[in-house]
Design a protein around this ligand. Structure first.
Ligand SMILES: Nc1ncnc2c1ncn2[C@@H]1O[C@H](COP(=O)(O)OP(=O)(O)O)[C@@H](O)[C@H]1O
Ligand SMILES: [Mg+2]
Length: 311
């Protein structure tokens, strides 16, 4: 791998009693990326994040975050990471501004800088008008946005967001995701966990899918799409009248075709590249009539469904 890993785990495992919450995880997250850490509820996402933060001990395996071991050097890790937990905890009786300044003080940021930065961040997350209101008056979405400001105030190298979009209305989700995407532009590496991949896929550069404590796949959406469609890079769906074995054989012989599956009048063709033109020609030269043809595009949902069906 040419890119620098900022998070690296080897065989990272967490056992609770007789339950394996995280099972021999090998994770690589590159500097500057928005890594989508995906999987259904109970998959082990939060447990993994807590181990990476040094907030819970691993049972076995190793982890490195920004070059530090969360078990042996937890304070060094805490200094360079930001974390927005699933359930954001603010001081409800303090205002938004006071909460940010409190976090800044805890992180040793001088008062004046904290005040200036707090103001800028409140503005960025769209809360400057309610900056002097107590957090107890905030909606869940507003608290999440304050949470993002709270993560940002310490200038982290890596920011962990655990299910930041859960329980927010659609408009709030967009706001939260846009803010996180903007953070990434400022060279912060982001780890974003979610069990609702369609919400987060558009801002992730790479994803890892976790199920029952195991990392099933990790890679860019394109790479995963390729695996999901059986080795080919694209899949073309062709509907023809009365497909014959001879036609299927001719399609299989087209250079670049890696597989053909048929059911009734539908042919599912995996290929290295978009071969619609060549396929159309073969069908035209056969006894069958081309009814329709489409290039199947794989979104993360299809990939997710595929990998989850197999577990
Ligand atoms: N403190 C704990 N004690 C016992 N079991 C736990 C604890 N925390 C999590 N688990 C179990 O570990 C598994 C993974 O949980 P979690 O990491 O919270 O998953 P996710 O965040 O993906 O929903 C679940 O089966 C959960 O019940
Ligand atoms: Mg969780």
């Amino acid at each position: 791998m040419s890119q620098q890993s900022i998070i690296e785990t080897t065989g990272l495992t967490k056992v609770y009693g007789n339950k394996i919450a995280v099972d021999k995880l090998n994770l690589h997250i590159n500097e500057g990326e928005v890594f989508g850490f995906l999987g259904p509820n109970g998959a082990g996402k939060t447990t993994t994040i807590l181990m990476l933060l040094g907030l819970t001990e691993s049972t076995s395996g190793t982890a490195k975050v920004c070059g530090y071991s969360p078990t042996r050097e937890p304070l060094k890790v805490k200094r360079v990471v930001g974390y927005l937990p699933e359930k954001v905890g603010f001081y409800e009786d303090l205002t938004a501004r006071q909460n940010l300044e409190y976090t800044a003080a805890l992180n040793g940021i001088p008062r004046e800088a904290a005040s200036r930065k707090g103001g800028e961040l409140l503005d960025m997350v769209g809360l400057s008008e309610v900056a002097e209101q107590k957090v107890s008056t905030f909606s869940h979405g507003m608290k999440q946005r304050l949470g993002i400001a709270d993560v940002m105030i310490k200038d982290p190298k890596v920011a962990f967001f655990d299910e930041p979009t859960a329980g927010i209305d659609p408009e709030g989700i967009d706001q939260v995701l846009n803010l996180i995407a903007n953070m990434a532009k400022q060279k912060v590496t982001i780890v974003l966990s979610s069990h609702q991949l369609h919400q987060v896929q558009k801002i992730c550069t790479r994803v890892g899918i976790l199920a029952k404590g195991r990392l099933i796949v990790q890679g860019s959406i394109n790479e995963l799409g390729r695996e999901a469609i059986g080795g080919g890079k694209v899949r073309i769906e062709v509907q023809v009248s009365q497909p014959t074995p001879k036609l299927i054989e001719s399609i299989r012989n087209i250079k670049g075709v890696t597989g053909v599956e048929s059911s009734d009048d539908l042919l599912l063709i995996s290929c290295d590249e978009d071969l619609r033109r060549q396929i159309a020609k073969v069908v035209a030269d056969s006894d069958s009539l081309l009814i329709q043809m489409k290039l199947e595009e794989y979104g993360l949902d299809d990939i997710y469904m595929k990998y989850f069906r197999e577990t």
